[in-house]
Design a protein around this ligand. Structure first.
Ligand code: PEP
Length: 249
């Protein structure tokens, strides 16, 4: 049985006070759910969030990390630093990191390795841009993003990998992939994994969908057979909306 996961990517939002307020609201609304629930606050609030949620079933995860352990990388944070503050899962390859911070497949492959070396779980994001879809190149793009960053992994590593398909044209735009478009791509992703790693691994990896998931469209998307949850941006900033999405399972 694949894990169902709903992860809230807070991006560069919420200072310490706002983080405290939102976490208090999340704790009020939280009840047992079928999905694993995660939130990804900014680096500076990770420890505080971890402490505040350590008795709750909401995991605190990071939005990014560097691939090296330490060194002359001004402004960066490493896997062991995240682990020290209670973080065991990291989002890697988000389209905003790729677009604004020039993260490429090669760097992402190194980040994935560093996370796995530190026994961390990775939520690996990828997805095509609008012109890729318009030119019918979206399957090729997604396939190469997965192959370039993940196909050097060994079978056992896949226990620690969660995939997140996020079409760039649907992120923060209010435009969602239709449930059918999401299912079509998720089935393709699973088939791509199966061709390299076999059916067991392909069937056990969770594939999340991200891109303008809201309370009013979550259920339709999550009922698709190859969609195992969501990576949620904007709607994760309101506890009520976030839990409406979590409870869509
Ligand atoms: C995201 O940033 O990963 C995301 C899916 O954002 P939104 O839900 O706002 O489209």
């Amino acid at each position: 049985m694949r894990k169902q996961i709903v992860a809230g990517n807070w991006k560069m939002n919420n200072d310490l006070t706002e983080t405290e307020v939102l976490i208090a609201e999340l704790k009020r609304q939280n009840k047992t759910s079928n999905a694993e629930v995660m939130i990804a606050p900014v680096f500076t609030n990770l420890y505080h969030a971890y402490e505040a949620l350590r008795k709750d079933n909401i995991e605190v995860v990071a939005q990014n990390m560097h691939y090296d352990n330490n060194g002359a990388y001004t402004g960066e944070v490493s896997a062991n630093m995240l682990k020290c503050v209670g973080v065991n899962t990291v989002i890697l390859g988000h389209s905003e990191r790729r677009a604004y911070f020039n993260e490429n497949d090669e760097a992402l492959a190194k980040k994935v390795d560093a996370a796995l070396d530190h026994d961390m779980r990775v939520i690996f994001c990828f997805g095509e841009e609008l012109n890729d879809r318009k030119s019918d190149n979206h399957f090729n793009i997604v396939e190469s993003q997965i192959k370039n960053a993940l196909f050097h992994l060994e079978d056992k590593d896949w226990n620690s990998i969660v995939l997140a398909y996020e079409p760039v044209w649907a992120i923060g735009t209010g435009e969602t992939a239709t449930p059918e478009q999401a299912q079509e791509m998720h089935a393709f992703i699973r088939q791509t994994i199966e061709e390299k790693y076999g059916n067991n691994i392909a069937q056990s990896v969770s594939i999340l969908y991200g891109g303008s998931v809201k309370p009013n469209n979550a259920k339709e998307i999550f009922t698709k057979p190859d969609v195992d949850g969501g990576l949620i941006g904007g709607a994760s900033l309101k506890a009520e909306d976030f839990f409406a999405i979590v409870n869509a399972f």
